[in-house]
Design a protein around this ligand. Structure first.
Ligand SMILES: [Zn+2]
Length: 457
């Protein structure tokens, strides 16, 4: 039967879909607090039952932490895996909530109807948009449009400690042609966006040691080397005047933005003045010849995140310190290899350390960027139908931060991910009074129906 029939089923079923979401939201599945272990189990059980009611072969799968929920539907055509998470953030400070965070309700606000409750947006509401689309599809057609694997995690808000081992142990079962992830938002709360590039991260700590102990600058100042001076000279040389990072080979594996992507980003009308204005700034720093959006989404950076050394307490002390250290991080894009870059950075630092000083390095995290190959026809298919639902044409976007699960799907399962989500900037995820617009929920369900239709047509 036609997509239109599925869409009108979704419209008719919205009140029941909202009831089901509120039911799930009433389970306080706070993953980080061991006291809520039974409630996390309960949320997983709820999802297993709900999937089974749609004919999905679903089960709760134990991990050393909270369980995963895995469900399978056989079918022809592409095999997609859908990912969402059923755990939520803690609710404190409780007194800032206008209602019990686990007694969800539909509230009427100036901006329209919202679902209020912890997890409404992040991520139970978003997760259920996909489930509800499948339910409507199943009810209308008696089956789902393709082979689907449902994969729900219960530890996303507490660092996903079981995710990597679970993916490795169950790789053959979970590997699909494409992953669909619903845990992101609309661009500027309005434009449907398919996130196709997420920056990676490399962290490094450097410590410069000079004299064998702290010295008095009156006694030793002049002839003895000051490690803060060495450190700040190195750090000061990290960028040139045009904002380019000076570590050799830094830009070797940084791709230029393809023309069509550049045009899509241009069309988004990103207001960098408002963006910087919000934090009390005016002028874009960073690479002089790049737009602010390009810098956040598709350019690598080097940032000094902390410096330590000498006396920083009240008053004054004329110390010439024995050591000084700094934490430096790099946001990575394209094919930049974090491990190779770490070595290039260390070599570059070592070459600048004078004979009387030594340098020690301490490695922090290293994760490459996730760059989805938009070659898969599903990406263009999804983009073309989302505009129909939302009015604004959809765009492939980037993300300055990282969404680890997308990277793990790629590195462990060799699977690209399409990140689609309907959250808005004012959803107050992780904060008191979290909400999800009823419109986001409704259009999100309809969007998934359109996407499933488009990628299996
Ligand atoms: Zn989330």
């Amino acid at each position: 039967m036609s997509l239109e029939t599925v869409l009108s089923r979704i419209d008719d079923d919205l009140p029941q879909a909202l009831d089901r979401l509120c039911d799930l939201l009433s389970i306080p599945s706070i993953s980080t607090d061991p006291a809520y272990k039974p409630q996390c189990e309960k949320a997983a059980d709820w999802l297993v039952e709900d999937l089974r009611s749609m004919g999905v072969e679903a089960e709760k799968r134990p991990t050393p932490g909270h369980p995963m929920v895995v469900g399978h539907v056989p079918g022809d055509g592409p095999h997609v895996l859908f990912y969402g998470h059923y755990d939520v953030q803690p609710v404190d400070p409780l007194e800032l909530w206008n209602r019990d965070p686990f007694d969800p309700a539909i509230e009427v606000t100036e901006k329209g109807r919202v679902i209020r409750g912890r997890g409404a947006s992040d991520d139970k509401g978003q997760l259920m948009t996909f489930v509800e689309a499948c339910r409507a599809w199943q009810q209308v057609n008696g089956s789902l449009p393709c082979r689907i694997t449902f994969f729900f995690e219960g530890e996303e808000e507490s660092g996903s400690p079981s995710l990597i081992p679970f993916l490795k142990e169950n790789a053959d079962e979970l590997r699909a042609d494409l992953a669909l992830i619903c845990d992101t938002g609309l661009f500027q709360s309005r434009t449907p966006s398919i996130m196709t590039q997420l920056r990676g991260l490399l962290g490094e700590e450097i410590t410069i040691t000079g004299p064998g102990k702290d010295l008095h600058s009156g006694m030793y100042g002049g002839p003895s080397m000051n490690p803060i001076r060495v450190l700040t000279r190195i750090l000061g040389g990290l960028h040139d005047d045009a904002g380019r990072v000076q570590v050799p080979h830094f830009y070797d594996d940084v791709p230029e933005l393809p023309q069509d992507m550049a045009e899509q980003w241009q069309a988004l009308g990103f207001d960098h003045e408002a963006f910087l204005g919000d934090v009390g700034l005016k002028n874009p720093a960073g690479e002089a010849d790049r737009s602010a959006l390009e810098m956040i989404w598709s350019r690598p950076t080097a940032e000094i995140n902390g410096i330590k050394g000498g006396y920083t307490g009240e008053g004054f002390k004329t110390v010439l310190p024995s050591r000084a250290s700094a934490k430096v991080s790099f946001r990575l894009v394209g094919q930049q290899d974090p491990h190779a870059l770490r070595e290039h950075f260390r070599e570059w630092v070592r070459a600048q350390v004078p004979a009387d000083c030594k340098v020690d390095f301490h490695a922090h995290g290293a994760s490459p960027a996730s760059q989805m190959s938009t070659e898969h026809p599903a990406f263009e298919a999804a983009r073309s139908v989302l505009g129909t639902e939302w009015g604004d044409e959809a765009a492939f976007t980037g993300c300055g931060g990282s969404i680890p699960v997308a990277g793990y799907f790629k590195s462990i399962l060799g699977m690209d991910a399409m990140l689609l989500g309907w959250a808005k900037d004012d959803d107050q995820i992780h904060s008191p009074n979290e909400k999800y617009d009823v419109e986001s929920f409704h259009k999100g369900i309809r969007s998934w129906a359109r996407v499933l239709d488009a990628i299996t047509r």
